[in-house]
Design a binder for this molecule. Structure first.
Ligand code: IMP
Ligand code: MG
Length: 189
């Protein structure tokens, strides 16, 4: 689905005061329509089984909360935190998974919900870790996909939008923790 380009020059949004946000890539109505479609697709794709929707924090928090309300079948919700670790000054490229060890993954249909797939490195690491827990199935739902990831080991079964190759913020996505609360998705470029 293509994005609607709207310049922000004449939009006075107090959420943005003094911040360099260039244009709206996806407005609220466009996002809502697509999230409803994804909810229908997901509802149809899981006719039976125990569905566990696993949101990857922090970026997925708004998308996930809208998405689960569009899924018309029983499900459970939980969250994961993936954090890089190392000595703090050099990126180790390793992803540590922080999750509730009480959450049962075995035998469940797991839908991992991600805000945006960029290099795909986060997902490659996470999917390997989650697969070891022997779920019944393991799929990814990403709101945005930049389609630039090389060597993605797992297909992203549900994608909201093929995103432009720009840095996007809003609807959960941040730049240095700013802009997560924008109800639309904007480009900083
Ligand atoms: P990947 O591991 O390179 O695919 O990166 C995925 C993560 O990087 C996402 O979950 C986001 O947190 C962050 N990210 C990648 N691209 C963007 C962007 O355009 N805006 C905001 N965050 C981004
Ligand atoms: Mg981020």
């Amino acid at each position: 689905m293509s994005s609607t380009i709207k310049p922000l020059d004449e939009i006075s949004d107090p959420r943005l005061s003094g911040r360099a946000v260039r244009r709206i890539a996806y407005d609220q109505a466009t996002i809502a329509r697509r999230v409803a479609e994804l909810g229908s697709e997901i509802s149809a794709a899981y006719p039976d089984g125990d569905l566990l929707v696993l949101g990857l924090l922090k970026g997925s928090f708004i998308f996930l909360s809208d998405l689960v309300r569009q899924i018309t079948r029983p499900l459970q919700v939980d969250f994961l935190v993936a954090s890089s670790y190392g000595d703090g000054t050099v990126s180790s490229g390793t992803v540590k998974l922080v999750y509730d060890p009480e959450t049962r993954l075995e035998g469940k249909d797991i839908l991992l919900v991600e805000d945006i797939v960029d290099s795909g490195r986060t997902l490659n690491r996470l999917m390997g870790i989650l697969a070891e827990r022997e779920p019944r199935s393991l799929e990814i739902c990403a709101l945005l996909h930049k389609r630039i990831a090389e060597g993605l080991k797992h297909d992203t079964k549900f994608v909201g939008f093929d995103a432009p190759h720009e840095f996007l913020v809003g609807y959960g996505l941040d730049h240095a923790e700013n802009f997560r609360h924008l109800p639309y998705i904007a480009s900083l470029q």
